[in-house]
Write a protein that binds this ligand. Structure first.
Ligand SMILES: [Zn+2]
Ligand SMILES: [Zn+2]
Length: 275
């Protein structure tokens, strides 16, 4: 049977890219996850540096044929948008890119114009070739090729969104930046994660590290497990790895975590899952 959804990780690192030898097994690019539908439809979760390699792969795959992408941004912190200027399909006049993001910071288009502006980047955001559209996600779910995407607010400085994606019964929840400890939003993420086949979420810190990082907007691997247990999630994917975290440390965390929740993984660049 053809999978309902194929998921591929292009960037798994939190906060800052880490092109350092002891971190390359898991990967050094910042947040970007590809979701592919059976008919070739393409959803992209976040546009950290990982989207650069995804864009090159799409160009190689499509050749002269147009690329159409639905991009969902969790928020506007650098590590989730810094790949946009390097996303090659954005420059192709036959291509189409739809940007979805929260409207609570103001217009989505305006936020992205601010990033590719003089003197920060030589090409202005409105000078790119692709046909673009902008959708505010905090009002209603959107549907695309039979897949529905529901946004929910998460606890994060300057506010951020998580997404629940439902494709013919397969459910993926993506909440890359999120801190536990806000009762209302803790309940909300449990509600939106309920029964997910795959939960991709913020496991930036160890419980020990967290003590000195309260209020920074990130969670711990142990809190991710509590969330996954409460929401009866089938597979848990630790994501947004701390820029200081080595491959060896991540492997150690995973070993401890699996004693409590066997079905957990640490997101790795190039890793693919079919649901
Ligand atoms: Zn982040
Ligand atoms: Zn953030």
């Amino acid at each position: 049977m053809e999978p309902r959804l194929r998921i591929k990780f292009w960037g798994v690192r939190g906060s800052a890219p880490t092109p350092e030898a002891q971190k390359l097994e898991y990967g050094g690019n910042t947040s970007c996850v590809e979701l592919r539908l059976p008919d070739g439809g393409l959803l992209i979760l976040d546009a950290g540096y990982g989207i650069r390699n995804l864009g090159l792969a799409l160009q190689a795959e499509h050749g002269a044929a147009p690329v159409s992408a639905q991009v969902f941004l969790s928020h506007y912190h650098w590590d989730h948008i810094q790949g946009i200027p390097f996303f090659a399909p954005l420059y192709g006049p036959k291509n189409r890119v739809v940007f979805h993001a929260a409207g609570f910071r103001g217009s989505v288009r305006k936020m992205l114009q601010n990033q590719m502006a003089d003197p920060y980047f030589p090409v202005l955001f409105d000078a790119v070739g692709a046909d673009r559209e902008f959708v505010e996600m905090d009002r209603a779910p959107v549907s695309y090729h039979g897949v529905s995407v529901h946004a929910f607010e998460v606890n994060h400085p300057q506010r951020a969104l998580g997404y629940r994606i439902e494709a013919d019964g397969a459910v993926v929840v993506y909440a890359p930046d999120r801190e536990h400890g806000d009762a209302r939003l803790d309940a909300l993420i449990r509600e939106y994660s309920q029964g997910a086949d795959l939960l991709i979420t913020d496991a930036q810190y160890t419980p020990e590290e967290y003590e000195s990082k309260r209020g920074w907007g990130h969670s711990t691997w142990l809190e991710c497990i509590r969330l996954a247990e409460d929401a009866k999630v089938r597979e848990l994917m630790f994501f947004h790895h701390d820029p200081g975290r080595s491959d060896a440390q991540l492997a150690g965390i995973l070993e401890s975590a699996r004693e409590r929740f066997p079905n957990c993984f640490a997101a790795k660049e190039g890793f693919e899952i079919a649901l």
